[in-house]
Design a protein around this ligand. Structure first.
Ligand code: HEM
Length: 336
């Protein structure tokens, strides 16, 4: 990046290299504990709940048509589920007096929404086939539907995940990537889940839909946005809706060109220096982003390649399973 952002990146570099080193040291352990999804199958509910996918799809269709924010919300919820203990519905558990879940973790609090929609879909599944379809599978299928309903690619979702009997507030705070983290930290966090740099760049394309709060992108617009983008008008607009010291909860679209369409415009924005989050722009503007720059350019030029990589990467992310197994919850918010 140019100007002030260059020093930002250089100062981050040392810390990032340390993170990468730590990751390499712990790599073996992490891989074994989180990447074994051999038991997931495409026809898992063929006999026990053959209408499961159809029910989820039609529920998502009506939810998204009455509130288009639902799609991006559930897509992100699946991601935050998978990055903590694997895709096991841990993100859905409510806090109680004796149990602390993940909902109050930094990346989730005031930011993850749509739990009511999950409840509604789950109640339809329970009336069709009680105690059969896990909340973790519900999220994986709803995320795929969210993408399709916004015009994105289709993929077959391997199924058979179990819902956890635990959650980790600590891991939700440490493992989920943050918008102000540098490229090496972001890459390390994906590698730690068994996902490659290509997976990370492709999955970041999820930011072609949905919104971010002012508090998530303030550092970027009062930082290096001016050096990366030539469009002063867009920066002025962002600063107006997100002043330096107030309106933390104001939101704006992550992809300002085609905000509700699942397309490759997000990558075109990065090439123009107009990624909303620091973490988005890092993929194209980081001084160490040799591989990521190539991928961003490729996806900006060719939406079919982006769609292919995206669907493959979504399957890989969805295959991060919780090695401790679990149950099929009756209610996604509480353990049975
Ligand atoms: C590369 C690392 C990533 C970082 C640092 C990141 C960070 C963020 C942040 C800060 C927001 C805005 C939240 C808010 O302000 O309330 C956001 C929104 C979103 N993220 Fe990511 N994200 C990353 C990767 C992903 C992935 C892998 C997916 C899905 C597979 C995803 C899906 C979404 C979606 C759909 C939204 C919009 C949510 C909404 O409209 O409510 N993100 N992300």
């Amino acid at each position: 990046m140019a100007g002030s952002s260059l020093s930002f990146n250089l100062s981050n570099l040392r810390c990032n290299l340390a993170v990468l080193f730590c990751f390499i040291c712990s790599c073996g352990v992490v891989m074994f504990s989180e990447a074994d999804a051999n038991y997931l199958t495409l026809d898992y509910y063929a006999k026990t709940c053959p209408k499961a996918s159809e029910i989820i799809h039609s529920q998502m269709e009506s939810a998204v048509s009455s509130d288009p924010r639902v799609g991006p919300r559930l897509l992100r919820m699946h991601f935050h589920d998978c990055f903590v203990q694997g895709c096991d519905g841990s993100v859905l558990l409510d806090d109680t007096e004796t149990f602390k879940g993940e909902k109050t973790a930094g990346p989730n609090i005031n930011s993850l929404h749509g739990f009511d929609v999950v409840d509604k879909i789950k109640s339809h599944l329970e009336s069709e086939c009680p105690g059969v379809v896990s909340c973790a599978d519900l999220l994986a299928l709803a995320a795929k539907d969210a993408v399709i309903l916004a015009g994105g690619p289709y993929w077959d979702v391997p199924l058979g995940r179990k819902d956890s009997r635990s959650a980790s507030l600590e891991k939700a705070n440490t493992d989920i990537p943050l918008p102000n983290q540098g490229l090496i930290t972001l890459i390390s966090k994906f590698l730690a889940k068994g996902l490659s740099t290509t997976d990370m760049v492709a999955l970041s394309g999820s930011h072609t839909i949905g919104v971010a709060r002012c508090t998530s992108f303030r550092d970027r617009i009062y930082g290096d946005y001016q050096y990366t983008s030539k469009d002063g008008g867009e920066l002025l607009r962002l600063k107006k809706m997100c002043p330096e010291k107030k309106n933390d909860e104001n939101t704006t679209n992550l992809d300002h060109t085609t905000p509700t369409l699942f397309d490759n415009a997000y990558y075109g924005n990065l090439v123009k220096g107009e990624g909303l989050l620091n973490s988005d722009q890092e993929l194209y503007s980081s001084i160490i982003g040799f591989q990521t720059v190539k991928l961003v350019k490729k996806y900006a030029e060719d939406s079919l390649i982006f769609f292919k990589h995206y669907s493959d990467s979504m399957v890989r992310m969805g295959n991060i399973t919780n090695p401790h197994g679990g149950e099929v919850r009756n209610n996604c918010r509480v353990m049975n």
